[in-house]
Write a protein that binds this ligand. Sequence first.
Ligand code: PEP
Length: 262
Amino acid sequence: MRKPIIAGNWKMNNTVAEGVVLAQEISNNFYRDYTEFVDVIICPPAVDLKAVKGVLEFDKRDIYVGAQNCYFEPSGAYTGEISVKMISDAGCDFCIVGHSERREIFGETNAMINDKVRALVEYQGKKMTPILCVGESLAVRESGDYIDYVTKQAEAALAGIDIFDADQLVIAYEPIWAIGTGRTATPEQAQEVCAAIRSCLANILGGAMAEKIRVLYGGSMNEGNVDSLLEQPDIDGGLIGGASLKASSFVNLVKAAVECQK
Ligand code: PEP
């Protein structure tokens, strides 16, 4: 059985002081045994990482910290970028890669995303797991070609990368038309694509590995729709934007994932 993941993507929200307050509120409302049932990840802005990690460590919460992005080169003249080593040093175990906002606003291509996934998976320090985001626009959804589009994104991101342990990769299916819009994919729509992603992983990495890799759904997940999404056989948790910015709603999503395991 795959352990679900609830991951919060704070995006470009919260100064260090605000991030510390939110992390503290999450920690205060968090029972230690939740993480027996669910892996919880908080992805704050890069400048908040160390401080947020510090709060969670001080409170002995087994909550992971993840970055929202990284660059694939190890060091050098890349103004504004941060390396895998830097995010690892700041306390991260995970890094979101290929979020649709990075693809659409910052022009990230499948080739760049492949380089980033490789840099994370092949990082020589402690394990760094990419949370690889894939998802189609409304136009692609309406064209009917969305399965082909999303599986091609996954194939391109993973091309030539040797994954030998299921914990080296998390995939998040995030239909762009559902992100920040309040328009969630129905459980059936999300399940259809998550199952197709798992078949695609089976083709690339073998069936046994594909059965173990966690595939998340993201796109307006909230306390009202989380149960029906997590009930789906190929949805192993959520990547959550808006609802991760309020401690009570984020912790309620964690609790929902705990309940669905019991
Ligand atoms: C996201 O951007 O990863 C996301 C899922 O956002 P929201 O939950 O706000 O739709």
